[in-house]
Design a binder for this molecule. Structure first.
Ligand SMILES: Cc1cc2nc3c(=O)[nH]c(=O)nc-3n(C[C@H](O)[C@H](O)[C@H](O)COP(=O)(O)O)c2cc1C
Length: 359
């Protein structure tokens, strides 16, 4: 099962890194919703590779072509199918990896699961290239959600252990990125500069670093979602864990809540000046019992360091079953969390649309 299966939304992503194309099929989107391709492209470009020193040098235009579901610029209620061409593939870079798995990547379990027939070029189906269709589908949903007053933002909260300014957990106002670096989505220019230095240093060392993406969803009314396995947390987690290299997710105070007393962690209610129920703090991260509380939904996704690093590493040869050394060639992101920011926004849009569209 490789799909996001929600109550209303179903997202299927297909293709592989060096296949002729990748794409998606999105079901459950209401008819009559305008989709602006220019706005979608701006969002897609935030994820596209080859735009700066923090991303892989692979260059792809990432322009989705819609084969169904959008008629005359509007959704028609049918399955939306979008296809994105792969152009800048260099499969020879991967020949060494046919039988020698990269530590930290999916190569070894994929070899066991699919055998010699698997498409290992560029990571095959495990490549982050498949986050381009996620961003296309999520970008469509973002436009619809925005018209319903739902806004989804994210930033690079941490890279190489250096921290950006976090979202104010109770504020609703949009927070802009430090405008000096539009390709590097942080709030504090100072933190961004330090992160960039650390990422480039790791790259120079033939290494990589990890990071944390923080996401905020505002404008969702209280009471959406389902208890138990239909919880909004669960649906966000299902969508976010579809992004490669995610190793953890936390909501609100997250793991820190385990260290608080109830009196500290409980978020006291009050009636605001518009007569709405709100909480003074937001340790619950906008979700209680799996349902939205009406407060901003805040979560953080932890990304591991890029597995493909230039430094030589220990591995094994699966043909000879001998230990060997591996020197990885090819083009890789030194910190995947940078380009993961729009992917997390897209995943959040899929989950948010899923609880909103059942209304
Ligand atoms: C935006 C993005 C870019 C990525 N780029 C690379 C890359 O250049 N090289 C690499 O080895 N892994 C990259 N990854 C991570 C791998 O795809 C991922 O670690 C691998 O598929 C194994 O899956 P897992 O880490 O979820 O277990 C990237 C991930 C994301 C989200």
């Amino acid at each position: 099962m490789t799909d996001f299966c929600g109550e209303k939304i179903r997202l299927h992503v297909f293709g592989a890194s060096h296949a002729p194309a990748i794409g998606f099929e999105l079901q459950g989107v209401p008819a009559g919703e305008a989709v602006d391709p220019a706005v979608l492209q701006v969002f897609m470009d935030r994820r596209a590779p080859g735009r700066n020193a923090f991303s892989t040098a692979r260059k792809e235009a990432d322009v989705p072509v819609f084969e169904s579901g959008i008629t005359g610029g509007k959704t028609d209620g049918g399955l939306i199918r979008g296809v994105i061409a792969n152009r800048d593939t260099r499969s020879r870079d991967y020949e060494d990896l046919r039988y020698v798995p990269r530590p930290g990547h999916a190569d070894y379990p994929a070899y066991i699961r699919y055998g010699e027939e698997r498409d290992f070029r560029g990571g095959g189906v495990f490549s982050a290239r498949l986050t381009a269709p996620l961003c296309a589908a999520g970008g469509i949903l973002l436009q619809i959600l925005a018209r319903k007053g739902v806004r989804i933002e994210a930033h690079l909260l941490e890279a190489a252990g250096i921290r950006d300014r976090a979202y104010d957990p109770v504020a609703e106002e949009p927070e802009n990125y430090a405008d000096s670096e539009p390709d590097f989505p942080v709030h504090s220019a100072e933190a961004g500069r330090k992160m960039q230095e650390a990422i480039l240093q790791a790259k120079e060392d033939g290494d990589s670093v990890g990071g944390i993406v923080e996401c905020r969803i505002t404008g969702l009314p209280a009471g959406l979602g389902e208890p138990l396995y239909g919880s909004f947390e669960g649906r966000i987690a299902q969508a976010v864990f579809g992004i490669p290299a995610v190793k953890g997710i936390e909501f609100g105070a997250g793991f820190e809540a385990a260290r608080l007393r109830g009196s500290e962690n409980n978020d006291p209610y009050y009636i605001d000046k518009n007569g709405c129920v709100r909480t003074k703090t937001n340790h619950h991260g906008g979700i209680l019992g799996g349902l939205t509380s009406g407060m901003p939904v805040i979560f953080r996704a932890a990304f591991k360091p890029t597995p493909s690093i230039a430094a030589e590493q220990d591995s094994v040869d699966l043909r000879t079953m001998q230990d060997t050394r591996l020197q990885i060639r090819g083009r890789h992101d030194p910190c995947v969390a940078v380009r993961a920011v729009p992917c997390v926004i897209a995943a959040a849009a899929v989950a948010a649309a899923d609880i909103l569209f059942v209304q």
